[in-house]
Design a protein around this ligand. Structure first.
Ligand code: FES
Ligand code: FES
Length: 154
């Protein structure tokens, strides 16, 4: 099946099977490998991307469901020249170690702060609770997202 949507601001097209997930379409057809695939059944959050403003698990969404939509992946969070304020806060607070969860964490946090730039630490913890990290203990991730809030108020 043919699918076309906006990916990180540019129109893309792909020929996929009807059963192809958005995650596999992004990684294997469009070569955007920043989106990671862990559990492949909606538990870990590593595959989280933003579709039409909402954080979604791309392993649970079919590629054809993205037809005509706007998809934002970790590659679209910053230009090639500099880290985004959210990414810079992750670096500052050592909010990643192996980095496998990081694209999903960034996508989830970006969607949250775009909608709720005054999110409390409790709210940040609640929203990030759907993203699993085996390395950091979460505290630096919450600190990073909390610090990045200022950039979303502008
Ligand atoms: S790979 Fe999608 S939630 Fe784990
Ligand atoms: S940094 Fe390794 S899983 Fe989160």
């Amino acid at each position: 099946m043919h699918v076309a949507f906006e990916l990180n601001g540019a129109r893309v097209e792909a020929d996929v099977e009807s059963r192809t997930t958005l995650a596999d379409c992004l990684r294997h057809h469009l070569l955007k490998t920043g989106t990671h695939v862990g559990c492949e059944h909606g538990v870990c959050g590593a595959c989280t991307v933003i579709v039409d403003g909402a954080a979604v698990r791309s392993c649970l969404m079919l590629a054809v469901q993205a037809e005509g939509g706007r998809v934002l992946t970790v590659e679209g969070l910053s230009d090639d020249k500099a880290l985004s304020p959210l990414q810079a806060a992750f670096r500052k607070h050592h909010a990643l170690q192996c980095g496998f969860c990081t694209p999903g964490m960034l996508a989830t946090a970006h969607a949250l702060l775009t909608e709720e730039p005054d999110a409390s630490k409790d709210r940040i913890r609640e929203v990030l609770s759907g993203n699993l990290c085996r390395c950091t203990g979460y505290i630096p991730i919450v600190e990073a997202v909390f610090e990045a809030r200022a950039a979303y108020r502008k």
